[in-house]
Design a protein around this ligand. Sequence first.
Ligand code: GLV
Ligand code: GLV
Length: 320
Amino acid sequence: TRPYVFITRKLKEELFAPLMEIADVKMWESESEAVPREMLLREAQKATALLTMLSDKVNEELLESAPNLKVVANLAVGYDNIDVKAASDRGVTVCNTPDVLTETTADLTLALMLATARRITESQEFVKEGRWQSWSPYLLAGADVHHKTIGIVGMGKIGQAVARRAMGFGMEILYHNRSRHIEAEQELGAAYRSFEQLLEQSDFVVCLTPLTDATRHLFNDDAFKRMKESAFLINVGRGQVVDEKALIAALHQNEIAGAGLDVFYEEPIGADHPLLHFPQVVTIPHIGSASVETRTMMIKLCQDNIVAVLQGNKAKTIVS
Ligand code: GLV
Ligand code: GLV
């Protein structure tokens, strides 16, 4: 019998010709809404492979009820939505999408940093609301980015791609990471700092670290108190690395100058979310890797991984 693959979002069928040759493929019917939990659990019971979104929880409960499951291909580089240990205990391979999204996500990080510092979204709202009365010297004046200090928390591939871009802006580059990255220090002139030192010295603190038990709430009250009052937090990693209540308090008390956020504690956020009340906060809906080119490559990589496992081969990008 052919393997059964469930894809938890409606994607372009023509991308999946190779997979459809060897497996029965079903997709959740919506492009914009997450698959309901009960349906995901029901499909998992039959599935040999799942192609999942970062919003799908692949936990003990799901794995327990999925006796045929061989591979979970997550359409993201991050995989905190998956209980990797529970999966490997059951012999289920977990794959992510590193590398193909590195440069695209670094582009977005710079875009968000620039937009936040230079008040781009606020400026657009100002024009759209018909409030532009005259050119004025300090109208929507923001903060400079060039020649400032960027502090990158999480110096993986994306962090290094951000650092390369920051070099072009003449920025001083600091980083914090679980382990030193000597290559980045030599090639990018990035200087290692403790987390506390990085917070104290950076004008732009850029968070790219994966979400783990060790990084959850890494940005807490103490972290925001350490940051300069003129500094900005740019988060393109995972929302739960930031204690959102602490961030909101820090913004209220002007302990930091602002924030650019691609990710949130609980996604999606609604129009009544407290972070939307701050003009100095730029919010975008988790679009770090969202270029058409890159999303297509990510989908193809997920498919390649699934095909490899179904054919008894080693997947290309297995998480460990
Ligand atoms: C997106 O957040 C990803 O992890 O790829
Ligand atoms: C992963 O590739 C990262 O840079 O955090």
